[in-house]
Design a protein around this ligand. Structure first.
Ligand code: ATP
Length: 516
C-alpha cells in the first residue's frame, strides 16, 4: 500500500476508535500535535510500563527520575543545544514547501542504495546458491557506478555537515538534480540553519523575565541530577538513571502522523560507566535493547541496527534500532555513547565539581555515559501500524465479509477482555457483572450488551481486545462461558473460575518481562 494510504487508514481508524485525535480539533487542529484518546492513553501507558519495568524493576543498578520540563537556561548552553541543535532548512520556491536539506540528500543516497540492493537481489534469484555477493559488487558495472555515486555524495555530505557548510549542502542538492517531490522543480532557496528549541519567558517582564526553553530531550534532566541521585541512592558505578517525559522540538518537517511531532514523549536511560569501558557497555546495551523490541514478537527480520557514520559532537559511537514500518525501515530508538561530554560541560558551566569517587580505583573521575533513547509515540506508531489489518472472513453461511482488526500484542492492548451477555435478560447481564467484578482488579475489562453478538465482536476487534467472554443460557446451568480469541476467532468453552488464569498468562507484562 502507498505510504499516504497507510497513514490515511491509520489516522482515520485511530480517530474513529478513540486512540488519537488531532490536537485542538474544533479550532482546526495544531500542526504535528496530537491528543491520545481513551484507548490511546491505555496503550501508551502499557508501552511505558513495559519499558519502565524492564529498566527499573529488572535492574538493581537502575533507578528512576522525574525531572522538570523547565530547567535553568544555561543547561542548554552547556549541552550545546543553543548553538548546535539546528537543522539545515531549504525551501522550494515553486511549491513553497520547506525541507530539511540533510534529509533530501540522505533520501537521495538511500534511493541509489535501493537500486543497488534491487540489482543484487535480482542476481541472487537468478544464480541461486552459487551467488557470490561480494564478487558481484566488485564486477557488475551498474552496481560499481551506483556505489561510486553513493559514496561520493555521502563523503561530500558528511564533510559539509561536519563543517556546517550550508553552501556546500545546497550545491550537493543542485549537483545531484534533487527535485522537490511536490513541484518537481530545482528552484531552491539558500540553506539556512534553524534552531529546534521552543523558547518562552519565565517571570513577568517588569521584574526581568528570563528566557527558558521547553526541553528538547529528557537526558539533560538526568545529567544535572547525577550527583543528587548518586549520593542519595549511594549508587556505585556502573549505574543508570531512567526517565520518561515530554520533549519538544520545533521540527521543520513534521509529517507522517505521530512519527515526527512537535510535542512528544521520550523514554531515556543514561548509564554511567568507567572511562574506557564505554564501548563494551555500548555493545551490551545494543543487545539488551534489541531483545526488548524482539520480545514483542514482531520477528527479528523486521529490525536492524543502523550504525552512525556521522557522529554528534558528544558521541564516540551511535546506532539506531530501526523497525520495518509498513512505509519502510525507520528509527525507533537511538543508542549513543555520549562520552563524558555532558557531565564535563555541566561541571564547567556550573562551576560545581561533578565527579565520582571510585572506591575500587581509589580515584575520582567524570563517568562516561551510554544513553538509550526511545520515543513513546514512535513506538506507539510502530505497534498500531503493524497491528491494523483488514481481513477477509468466511461467515457460517459461506458468504464472505471483511473485518477490521487491531492485532495488538495482548500485553499492550488497552482493553484485555470484553464481557458480553448474549441477551439482556434471564439473569445473563447479572452474571456478566459478577465476572467483571471478579476480573477488574487484574485486567482492564469492558461490559458490552448492545447490538448483535457479531457486531460486538467486530467492535472489540477494531479496538484490539484480545478476548471476548460471552455468557449464554448454558452458563446458568454449568458456570461455563465461551472465550473468543481475537486473532483466530476461535471459541472455546471454559469454566468461569479458570478465566483469570487463562488470561493472566497471556496479558501480564510480567510474563513479557520474563522473556528478557
Ligand atoms: P530523527 O533522526 O528521527 O530526527 P533523532 O535522531 O533526532 O531522531 P533522538 O534525539 O536520538 O532522535 O531521540 C531519540 C528518540 O526520540 C528517537 O529515536 C525517536 O523515537 C524519538 N523522537 C525524536 N524526535 C521525535 C519527534 N519529533 N517526534 C516523535 N518522536 C521523536
Amino acid at each position: 500500500m502507498a505510504q499516504e494510504d497507510v497513514f490515511k487508514k491509520l489516522i482515520a481508524h485511530c480517530k474513529e476508535y478513540g486512540y488519537i485525535f488531532p490536537s485542538s480539533e474544533i479550532y482546526d487542529g495544531l500542526s504535528a500535535v496530537y491528543d491520545y484518546g481513551q484507548y490511546g492513553v491505555e496503550l501508551k501507558n502499557n508501552i511505558k510500563k513495559y519499558w519502565w519495568d524492564s529498566m527499573v524493576l529488572l535492574n538493581e543498578n537502575i533507578v528512576g527520575l522525574d525531572s522538570a520540563i523547565f530547567m535553568h537556561p544555561t543547561i542548554w548552553k552547556a549541552s550545546g543545544h543553543v548553538d548546535a541543535f539546528n537543522d539545515p532548512l531549504i525551501d522550494n520556491k515553486d511549491s513553497k514547501k520547506r525541507y530539511r536539506a540533510d534529509v533530501l540528500i540522505e533520501e537521495h543516497i538511500a534511493k541509489i542504495e535501493e537500486k543497488i540492493h534491487k540489482e543484487i537481489e535480482k542476481a541472487r534469484t537468478k544464480f541461486g546458491d552459487s551467488f557470490d555477493e561480494k564478487k558481484f559488487r566488485q564486477t557488475n558495472a551498474r552496481v560499481i557506478t551506483n556505489q561510486a555515486k553513493a559514496d561520493e555524495i555521502n563523503s561530500r555530505y558528511l564533510k559539509a555537515m561536519n563543517a556546517t557548510d550550508l553552501k556546500e549542502l545546497r550545491q550537493i542538492i543542485l549537483d545531484n538534480d534533487i527535485v522537490c517531490p511536490i513541484s518537481g522543480s530545482r528552484n531552491w532557496t539558500e540553506v539556512r540553519q534553524f534552531n529546534l528549541m521552543f523558547a518562552t519567558e519565565m517571570g513577568s517582564t517588569t521584574d526581568g523575565a528570563s528566557k527558558v526553553y521547553l526541553r528538547p530531550e529528557t537526558a539533560q534532566g538526568i545529567f544535572v541530577n547525577f550527583l543528587n541521585v548518586q549520593k542519595t541512592g549511594r549508587m556505585k558505578i556502573p549505574f543508570g538513571i531512567a526517565q520518561i517525559g515530554k520533549a519538544f522540538r520545533n521540527e521543520i518537517v513534521a509529517r507522517q502522523f505521530i512519527f515526527r511531532m512537535r510535542e512528544f514523549e521520550q523514554m531515556e536511560m543514561q548509564f554511567f560507566v568507567q572511562p574506557g569501558s564505554e564501548l563494551e557497555w555500548f555493545r551490551h546495551w545494543k543487545n539488551i535493547r534489541m531483545k526488548w523490541h524482539t520480545a514483542l514478537g514482531y520477528g527479528e527480520e523486521n529490525y536492524r541496527f543502523h550504525d552512525h557514520t556521522k557522529l554528534a559532537h558528544y558521541a564516540n559511537a551511535a546506532t539506531d534500532i530501526e523497525y520495518k514500518f509498513p512505509f519502510g525501515f525507520k528509527e525507533v530508538e537511538g543508542i549513543h555513547s555520549r562520552t563524558d561530554f555532558d557531565l564535563k560541560q555541566h561541571q564547567e558551566f556550573s562551576g560545581k565539581k561533578i565527579q565520582y569517587f571510585d572506591p575500587e580505583k581509589g580515584e575520582s573521575y567524570i563517568p562516561y555515559v551510554i544513553e538509550t533513547s526511545i520515543g513513546v509515540d514512535r513506538m506507539f506508531l510502530q505497534i498500531i501500524s503493524s497491528a491494523l489489518r483488514e481481513e477477509e472472513i468466511i461467515k457460517e453461511n459461506g458468504t464472505t465479509d471483511t473485518r477490521t482488526v487491531m492485532k495488538l500484542p495482548s500485553f499492550l492492548a488497552p482493553v484485555k477482555l470484553a464481557v458480553m451477555p448474549l441477551v439482556k435478560k434471564d439473569g445473563l447481564p447479572e452474571i456478566a457483572e459478577k465476572i467483571i467484578h471478579l476480573l477488574r482488579f487484574d485486567f482492564n475489562c469492558q461490559y458490552d450488551d448492545k447490538d448483535s453478538i457479531g457486531r460486538r465482536y467486530r467492535r472489540q476487534d477494531a479496538i484490539g481486545t484480545p478476548y471476548c467472554i460471552t455468557i449464554d443460557h448454558q452458563t446458568i446451568d454449568d458456570d461455563t462461558v465461551t472465550i473468543r480469541y481475537r486473532d483466530t476467532m476461535l471459541q472455546e468453552r471454559v469454566k468461569i473460575s479458570s478465566l483469570k488464569d487463562i488470561i493472566a498468562e497471556k496479558v501480564s507484562i510480567a510474563s513479557l518481562l520474563k522473556k528478557l
